[in-house]
Design a protein around this ligand. Sequence first.
Ligand code: DP6
Length: 362
Amino acid sequence: MTEKEFIPHPYLKTIQSKGYSWSSPSNIALIKYWGKRPVQIPENPSISFTLDACKTNTSLTLSEKTAKNDLHSFDIFFENEQKDNFKPKIESFFKRIHEYVPYIGDYHFTINTSNTFPHSSGIASSASGMSALAMCLMSFERELNPDMTDEFFMKKASFLARLGSGSASRSIEGELVVWGEHQAIPGSSDLFGIKYPHEVHEVFKSYHDTILLVDKGEKQVSSTMGHQLMHNHPFADKRFDQAYTHVSDLISILKNGDLQGFIELVESEALTLHAMMLTSRPYFVLMKPNTLEIINRIWEFRKETGLHLCFTLDAGSNVHLLYPEHQSTQVYEFIKRDLVAFCQNGHYICDRIGFGAKQLPI
Ligand code: DP6
């Protein structure tokens, strides 16, 4: 599909006022997206587990403007409090998507949003937030164009979400999502995420992700800035090739239930992401001493028990612990006994693989 296919035909209907509400999850990348070209085109394909508990709930109510023009008119509330400081981000999202959802010039929007995870947890809400908003917009578009297929609905929702935040394109569906073109993944695209189409061994269908909150402060470097640091990065091309190869490797790992292969690939991806930051100009260390403590304890635990606990990281210091359901009792004991001490205020979040965005009653 091309971008043009997402530009709608003239709408069949007009609607004066309406509201929609969606809950959309966060996701954790196994193969990381790090580096992009305009507009929001990833330099390499990425694959993620959709999460279940970490979500953004967003409602969108709209009323027809008396004067229709191309200006965007909206109010945004976070946990029922008006948040004008969120406006620039939404305004630039609306500008980017305007061509594909031209009706946004005709309405005033009220956006109400909240997260199921604490705002100051260091967990990025852009994936869940942008995907929830994209789903609300698509619900409205479907009313204007009732002939739309479910398949198109999901693709365009992911397409719009991507224009808000790249990783948001992977939060529409579950349980595994691929974003970025790859020869071995039929239907994969740089424009939107798709459900992982190949066979997945049972063991990966109920994976846990316990997120250890090592540092709940503001991130030192935003993802947007981090992506930019991949331009002229000395290792960029090799990294993009490696991610491409890793996607091929993951296909057989997922099919065969190869837990050892999974651990090696996922941990290598996490450390490579951070290695890219360590070797960029300017350079950054986003891991904290406790991040490394946790990593070392995981390695010791694996050596002692032979259990299949591994970690991944996003662009921060928090640690995502990934492990299979059938080993969760022992792993959870270990987390409580040995790892919680390294979390800020002992805080962590128990999450697991999920199934994507869900519509809520308004
Ligand atoms: C390290 O999707 O947050 O989490 O497209 O600029 O909004 P923007 O970036 P974002 O980058 C995510 C980076 C990552 C890896 C990943 O999720 O694949």
